[in-house]
Ligand binder design. Structure first.
Ligand code: UFG
Length: 342
């Protein structure tokens, strides 16, 4: 029998890739999205979309009161490190407060499983690389802080109310569904790979390289780019681990109360300049770019250790190579110059 899932932010970039995967497996999916950054066209036919704000407690309550939810996947959030340095309270309120409200509503309505889109940004300028789950938490931005606050809310929801939660800390989500149906469409776009692709295609001015004097081999920031479809798969693994009977292999010492915390990355770092080279290889033309000041809030290096999810759930990214990731992003962007066109 199909299971029933609520996906907040399911019309967004990462959420829509999970929705597609759940639908392909015959699951029953309802999406709650305010469409501020998501796109109706990113949803498969037949998926019920409830257009509402997370702040609309009556709407959220009404939906959760329908009952029979096997899990809630919570993607809906503001997600830009740089913007959070300019609008810290907006990030803290929207992400941490509304997310906590959602967790409380889930508990009230008897939801037993909750999977949070968290982020590598909880680590800030981590002293270690690669970064394992137990590395010191030190968010370098209100965005990272807001997600960490939700991680803590889930910890308490687990301890006090028995909510089983998966905390998935994405490193840099990138690429597009290999079928070409889904991709990245932000307005304004702020992410490196889509901007570099557009610069190579001559659709934008030269890319600004934010900071060329970091203590890294070429002076630019290093990130762990992980394919969005691989992130989507990890959600299904998290769900298995939160489902009674699905977690026999779990080492109880390595999970937080009632749940799992996993870092999701390929364990390989690429500098901004290396990404531009990869885009140039895929596009068959150089990426015009110029140096620019550092972007506040950017940690110099974020590379995941994904050992825990590999050991506990056998996760193996299918698209670990940067060129493959860029190739899927390029195919989407070339075919959809206006994104979803809405
Ligand atoms: N960058 C540039 N020029 C640009 C855009 C980005 O040099 O025009 C650089 C950034 O300074 C950074 C790197 O490219 O060093 C990647 O930047 P992105 O904006 O693509 O991604 P972020 O690392 O800032 O953040 C992303 C997600 C966050 C998530 C984080 C986890 O947007 O939600 O990855 O590592 F928390």
């Amino acid at each position: 029998m199909a299971r029933r899932f609520l996906v907040t932010g399911g019309a967004g970039y990462i959420g829509s890739h999970l929705v597609a995967l759940l639908c392909a497996r015959g699951e029953d999916v309802v999406v709650l999205d305010n469409l501020s950054t998501g796109h109706r066209a990113a949803l498969p036919d037949g998926v019920r979309l409830v257009v509402a704000e997370l702040a609309d407690q009556a709407a959220v309550d009404g939906l959760l009161a329908e009952g029979n939810w096997d899990a809630v996947f919570h993607f809906a959030a503001l997600s830009e490190v740089g913007a959070s340095m300019r609008e810290p309270y907006r990030y803290l309120l929207d992400n941490a407060m509304l997310g906590t409200q959602l967790i409380a509503a889930c508990v009230r309505h008897g939801v037993r499983r909750f999977v949070l889109s968290s982020t590598a940004a909880v680590f800030g300028s981590a002293a270690v690389s690669p970064i394992a789950e137990d590395a010191p938490i030190d968010p370098g931005s209100p965005y990272g802080e807001s997600k960490h606050m939700l991680e803590r809310a889930l910890y308490w929801a687990g301890r006090i109310d028995g909510l089983h939660s998966g905390v998935l800390r994405y490193f840099n989500a990138a690429g597009a569904d290999p079928s070409g149906r889904l991709g990245e469409d932000h307005d304004p776009e702020t992410h490196l790979i889509p901007l570099a692709i557009d610069a190579a295609l001559g659709r934008r001015p030269p890319l600004l390289v934010f900071g060329t004097d970091y203590a890294t081999p070429d002076g630019t920031c290093i990130r762990d780019y992980v394919h969005v479809a691989d992130l989507a798969e990890a959600h299904l693994l998290a769900l298995d681990h939160l489902t009674p009977g699905g977690d026999q292999n779990r080492d109880p010492d390595r999970v937080h109360e009632g749940g799992v915390t996993w870092n999701l990355g390929t364990e390989t770092g690429h500098s901004v300049l290396e990404v531009l080279q990869a885009v140039a290889r895929v596009a068959g033309r150089p990426v015009p770019h110029e140096p620019a000041p550092r972007r506040p809030g950017d940690p110099p290096v974020l590379v995941a250790s994904a050992r825990r999810i590999r050991a506990e759930a056998g996760w193996q990214p299918r698209h670990p190579a940067l060129d493959d990731i860029v190739r899927t992003a390029f195919a989407w962007r070339e075919a959809h110059p206006n994104g979803y066109g809405d």
